[in-house]
Design a protein around this ligand. Structure first.
Ligand SMILES: [Fe+2]
Ligand SMILES: [Fe+2]
Length: 384
């Protein structure tokens, strides 16, 4: 099929989107063996190679996030009919993540295009991975239970692991690793849309409950970008340990009602560097956790915050995700010196800080996740 509507502008990834749409449209019009179908698939494979070359990667992963398609950390520009069609095709088939890898063969291409063009369930192959949305509520599952916050049992296990971590760093760390697998499992089971935040019942537990919630919110953010498995676990653990330096802060400073000033404020600010140092001394600590403990109060724009490194720098992506979860959970929880704010107000604060303290794209993605998670449905914040 000639392609009078094929665009030559746009990025290589956008051109790949065009070729995927055209291959699907072409197959919908012609029989499987038609030369036009064969040619459209050849163009798709060529566009995939060009996109991989341009990005220096072996595969391109598309994430359908609401009305956007995200590749890497960037949403593709809106306003293109091809992109709109692409989002529609993915969502109609319940596909939230699609990976096309270099080496895609003609047969795999046919297999991949077929269900989108003529119906059926999209399936993966050696060079195609299809991540489908889980059914929202499986048969026999109590929907109310899915909206419950973290179960008391998992919280008890997490509390014990934290206590163990205070006295036996390496042993406690291994138990905290299990806690993070449990949080990932809890999020997966709680359906894609629900974030089962832990409630704060006792203010002495603020740092513990806050750490659990920051980990959950950071895992939820990372999952929306298609991060899974060991990498997801590693960043969930890093987020869980972000405030580990607070273990070193005297309780009279940590729980002081009212604003901290002078030396006490210096001590509080020191928790980032202290946390990183503490983790450096624990066998089995991951570099990512050390980095996040150090960077989680740094600003996206590199302006002065704390700690102040010798040269201004951009915090790591996981530190930035953690920082957004950190601010949101802190604002939504009653602390010794401030009352819990409603979640929409907390999102407003994050929006005001977008571009300075936080990456605007990450803030937008976070707002979408929180809004879709049911956390905005009007119930009280967990620690209020
Ligand atoms: Fe902190
Ligand atoms: Fe924190």
């Amino acid at each position: 099929m000639s392609s009078p509507i094929a665009r030559t502008d746009g990025s290589p990834v956008e051109r790949l989107v065009v070729q995927v749409d055209q291959a699907i449209n072409c197959r919908a019009l012609y029989a499987a063996g038609h030369p036009n179908v064969t040619r459209s698939m050849e163009r798709l494979v060529a566009a995939l190679d060009a996109a991989c070359d341009a990005r220096g990667e072996e595969a391109i992963t598309f994430l359908a996030v609401g009305d956007d398609v995200v590749v890497g950390r960037e949403p593709l520009g809106r306003g293109s009919l091809y992109l709109e069609q692409f989002v529609h095709l993915l969502t109609r088939r319940g596909v939230e993540r699609l990976t096309l890898a270099r080496g895609l063969t003609a047969d795999e291409c046919r297999l991949f295009v077929e269900p989108f063009a003529v119906g059926g369930v999209p399936a993966g192959s050696a060079h195609v991975q299809v991540g489908r949305v889980q059914a929202r509520v499986q048969e026999g599952v109590d929907e109310a239970a899915l909206h419950e916050p973290l179960s008391g049992q998992s919280l008890d296990a997490a509390r014990e692991a934290f206590t163990a971590f205070r006295t036996d760093g390496a042993g406690g760390l291994r138990r905290l690793e299990d806690v993070v697998w449990g949080l990932i499992e809890g999020l997966t089971e709680a359906t894609r849309a629900v974030i089962p935040l832990a409630p704060l019942k006792n203010h002495d537990e603020y740092t513990f409950v806050h750490s659990i919630n920051v980990s959950l919110l950071t895992i939820a953010q990372a999952r929306a970008f298609g991060i899974q498995g060991d990498k997801l676990h590693e960043l969930g653990l890093a987020a869980l340990l972000h405030d580990v330096g607070k273990l070193k802060i005297p309780l009279e400073v940590l729980n002081k009602p009212g604003k901290l000033e002078g030396e006490q404020w210096q001590i509080m600010q020191g928790h980032a560097e202290q946390g990183a140092r503490h983790l450096c001394g624990i066998e089995g600590s991951r570099p990512l956790a050390i980095l996040v403990a150090y960077e989680h109060h740094m600003r996206f724009d590199g302006q002065a915050a704390y700690p102040t490194p010798r040269r201004s720098r951009h915090p790591n992506l996981v530190s930035q995700l953690t920082s957004i979860s950190d601010v949101f959970d802190a604002l939504c929880t009653t602390r010794p010196y401030s009352k819990a704010r409603p979640r929409d107000v907390a999102l407003g604060v994050l929006a005001e800080r977008a571009g300075t303290f936080h990456d605007p794209f990450l803030v937008e993605s976070f707002a979408r996740i929180v809004t879709e998670s049911g956390l905005m449905s009007g119930e009280e914040p967990p620690g209020s």
